[in-house]
Design a protein. Structure first.
Length: 414
């Protein structure tokens, strides 16, 4: 049966189906692509088959999962939403299946997991592509038999839960990489709903804007009056990389901050960067142009790679050069310091020779303490008070020199 025939059957069964989806679940769109998605939702909802919803970020995967549950026979039972990518790998298994007391560090009590809480209802596993392989094995067992074990337990638990999974990854590609189990994919893929990006059904943008604007105005106590055609045209031509979520955030922000009930182009351009028209370059005729225009040829991929690699090598070389310059600068400073100390020593040595000649006649009449005192004083004078150089000249350690200075009361000789 073609999708068109299925849609006609659904519409004939309940003429208000689209109104119901919009009012109760926030599903908006009457384009062909959205009608195909809604038809699949209406066919899958009454069953207990697992559903896999795929699509780019912001296309509304959780909204459709909630609608499938709300239209099913399980609607009076729990709907549990779990973001597998937001829970650390080490905790995800415990969060899904529960744990016994002492199963791991910090497990101070027995705890039910999401599957037990969702018994008789529906569990929505968002970002299922992020689930570790070990947890995938336990999930496959739940899908096949409804059985699982809590972390740290050996006793089987049984639940009756419908599973809806969603991801923005290509699971078949993840299977080839070894990141996702093929058998689990087949079990989840019983019903596959692909949500189109907003850029593929721009005809729904007006209705989406009206839906989000009406809800926002109602919260603010305002009455929504619509959107101008030129503002709508700008929004219909945007790429919407964030899809419906990006459009929703823009409309809510715009109306809340501006307190407006009518969206105009002037208001809109304050919140989104408008695209500039393409630059038109028309070369002048050779006989009139001062400089002849030459078309720029875009470099090939391999040429760009060579350029990037050369830049990285140049950056590495510059880093090494700077490192060597810093080392050389430090060595030059050390050499200058040694030259300065040597000059000081030579000057002091000449002074010492002169003083030795003056003191030579008196050596026989001096006592030992006085000789030590004169030697230390002479060394300190010749070294300009530098005690390290003076100690070297005397052939003693600096520590001994300090002690002698204190013992002989040599403090203010310079």
């Amino acid at each position: 049966m073609e999708i068109k025939d299925e849609i006609d059957q659904i519409q004939s069964k309940d003429e208000n189906v689209y109104k119901l989806l919009r009012l109760k679940f926030g599903i908006v769109g009457e384009s062909k692509k959205m009608q195909e998605v809604i038809a699949k939702v209406m066919l899958a909802a009454p069953t207990d088959l697992p559903v896999l919803i795929t699509g780019e970020t912001g296309t509304g995967k959780e909204v459709f999962a909630n609608a499938i549950h709300g239209l099913s026979k399980r609607k009076k039972n729990p709907f549990i939403s779990v973001n597998c990518g937001a829970i650390p790998e080490t905790l995800l298994e415990s969060e899904l299946f529960g744990n016994e007391k002492g199963a791991f560090t910090g497990a101070i009590e027995q705890r039910k997991g999401f599957f037990e809480v969702a018994d008789k209802g529906t569990i929505f596993l968002d970002e299922i592509g992020e689930m570790p392989i070990g947890t995938q094995v336990k999930l496959l067992r739940v899908l096949e038999s409804g059985e699982f074990t809590r972390l740290g337990s050996t006793s089987l638990k049984k639940v009756d839960v419908r599973i809806i999974a969603a991801t923005n990854r290509d699971l078949e590609e993840e299977i080839e990489k070894g990141n996702f189990r093929r058998d689990l994919f087949f079990r989840l893929n019983s019903v596959h709903i692909v949500l189109p990006p907003l850029r593929e059904h721009p005809e729904d943008i007006r209705e989406l804007i009206n839906h989000f604007a009406e809800k926002t105005c109602a919260k603010l106590g305002l009455k929504y009056d619509g959107i101008s055609n030129d503002a709508l045209l700008v929004l219909e031509r945007r790429p919407w990389t964030g899809n419906i979520r990006e459009l929703k955030n823009l409309i809510e922000t715009l109306i809340t901050l501006e307190q407006t009930t009518y969206i105009t182009h002037d208001i809109l351009k304050r919140y989104i960067p408008l695209a500039l028209p393409p630059k038109d370059i028309t070369p002048q005729p050779p006989d009139k142009a001062l400089v002849q225009y030459v078309d720029y040829e875009e470099p090939q991929k391999f040429e760009l790679e060579i350029i990037f690699r050369s830049l990285l090598e140049l950056k590495h070389d510059m880093t090494n050069i700077l490192k060597y310059l810093r080392t050389l600068e430090n060595k030059i400073d050390d050499i200058e310091l040694e030259i300065e100390e040597l000059n000081t020593y030579l000057i002091s040595n000449n002074s010492q020779n002169e003083s030795e000649n003056n003191d030579k006649d008196d050596l026989n009449t001096l006592k030992l303490d006085e000789l030590e005192r004169r030697a230390i004083v002479a060394a300190l004078k010749n070294s300009s008070g530098n005690r390290r150089i003076a100690a070297n000249m005397l052939g003693i350690s600096e520590r001994t020199l300090y002690r002698k200075i204190n013992e002989l009361n040599i403090n203010n000789i310079l």
